[in-house]
Design a protein around this ligand. Structure first.
Ligand code: HEC
Ligand code: HEC
Ligand code: HEC
Ligand code: HEC
Ligand code: HEC
Length: 215
């Protein structure tokens, strides 16, 4: 009687087991790659050269965002402060702290601190802080509770869909201009109605045409 399954067939289960293991590893690798913070960027939290804490300075000490990020109202880019701004206080406070060594060196050598950028848009997408901040979009809406971050990380996706979600319904997000840097903003009664009124009065109309953001 001829063997229907030759002896070799015994390796098949083994092969398919190995195959599925390898496949599984590749799959895990792909999922890892595509969903890890560096790729999707939500949660991206690079190490900084100085252990500067927003939780301490903006949270506990209550220093306003614009004391350091001075350009947000009049420029496309929100600047990171020069060493001079740190030295306003640290020429007197904690002058011997090892955590501030790089700040003192930067000051002494007149070389700026090389902070690592956290938030990135691709070059083909245009964004301006001034256009948003002056129309009532708060830092918190796009960056989250910075005042609770020991180390800054990316809270929101900054994807096209995310931008458009607000552009289509800005009334769900705007706040009075004097609350722009407020952290933990609580919406007043009639929040949406007030915003709709402001949107009408000021003719606020966030664009959704492609060329507004891609040019
Ligand atoms: C005393 C100065 C100071 C104050 C006050 C301050 N920041 Fe910063 N901020 C910095 C420095 C320095 C960096 C760069 C290092 C880092 O990312 O932590 C930075 C980084 C950031 C970043 C990340 C920028 C990037 O690389 O993408 C955001 C967002 C930010 N700050 C928002 C805020 C907000 C919102 C407030 C107010 C609640 C605030 N900051 C208050 C000094 C300050
Ligand atoms: C509508 C969303 C939005 C608002 C509101 C906003 N930011 Fe940003 N912020 C961004 C995006 C997007 C980037 C990345 C920009 C890029 O890569 O071109 C960014 C980058 C930054 C940076 C890094 C420097 C730069 O310009 O790339 C700092 C610092 C910063 N924001 C601080 C602030 C502060 C402080 C406020 C409030 C006064 C604020 N942002 C309000 C979306 C926003
Ligand atoms: C308005 C004053 C003020 C400014 C401006 C300021 N700091 Fe501070 N910083 C403080 C105070 C107050 C402390 C807490 C000191 C303590 O715990 O006794 C502190 C603590 C620190 C510490 C921790 C030091 C330690 O030994 O624990 C670091 C690091 C630091 N600051 C970095 C910076 C950097 C970088 C800048 C500029 C981007 C900056 N600070 C701007 C007031 C300031
Ligand atoms: C939470 C709300 C909100 C988010 C999030 C938001 N925007 Fe806007 N955007 C606005 C408002 C409000 C205006 C002002 C419209 C006006 O002045 O009529 C605006 C205006 C603009 C403009 C036109 C003004 C200019 O600077 O040319 C562009 C372009 C723009 N946004 C791009 C973006 C991009 C890119 C993103 C995402 C990275 C984004 N916005 C995220 C609310 C938002
Ligand atoms: C409000 C601003 C805004 C508008 C309007 C806008 N985009 Fe985008 N777009 C973005 C941003 C921001 C990104 C980058 C997204 C990222 O990095 O994840 C992007 C990314 C893209 C990409 C790259 C692929 C992707 O999805 O990441 C394409 C293609 C694109 N946009 C096409 C368009 C077209 C076509 C339109 C008009 C129908 C349009 N965009 C309108 C902000 C905008």
């Amino acid at each position: 009687m001829p063997q229907i399954f030759p002896k070799k067939a015994n390796v098949l289960p083994l092969l398919s087991l190995v195959g599925s293991l390898v496949g599984g590893v590749v799959l895990i690798g792909l999922v890892w790659y595509y969903f890890s913070p560096e790729f999707t960027t939500v949660g991206y939290k690079p190490e900084q050269p100085v252990p500067y804490s927003h939780e301490l300075h903006a949270g506990q000490l209550g220093i306003d965002c614009q004391y350091c990020h001075t350009n947000v109202e009049n420029s496309k880019h929100a600047n990171v402060p020069p060493t001079q701004t740190c030295m306003n206080c640290h020429n007197q406070i904690r002058t011997n702290s090892p955590d501030l060594l790089k700040v003192r060196q930067s000051w002494a050598n007149d070389e700026s601190i090389q902070w690592t950028k956290v938030h990135h848009l691709p070059d083909y997408a245009h964004f301006s802080h001034a256009s948003h901040v002056n129309k009532g979009v708060g830092c918190e809406t796009c960056h989250g509770r910075i005042d609770k971050m020991e180390v800054v990380y990316q809270e929101e996706p900054l994807s096209m869909g995310w931008c458009l979600e607000c552009h289509r319904q800005p009334e769900l997000y705007l706040r009075p201009n004097d609350e722009i840097t407020t952290m933990g903003y609580t919406q007043p009664a009639n929040f949406v109605e007030r915003n709709l009124e402001r949107i009408r009065d000021e003719g606020i109309q966030p664009p959704s045409n492609c060329s507004a953001c891609h040019y």
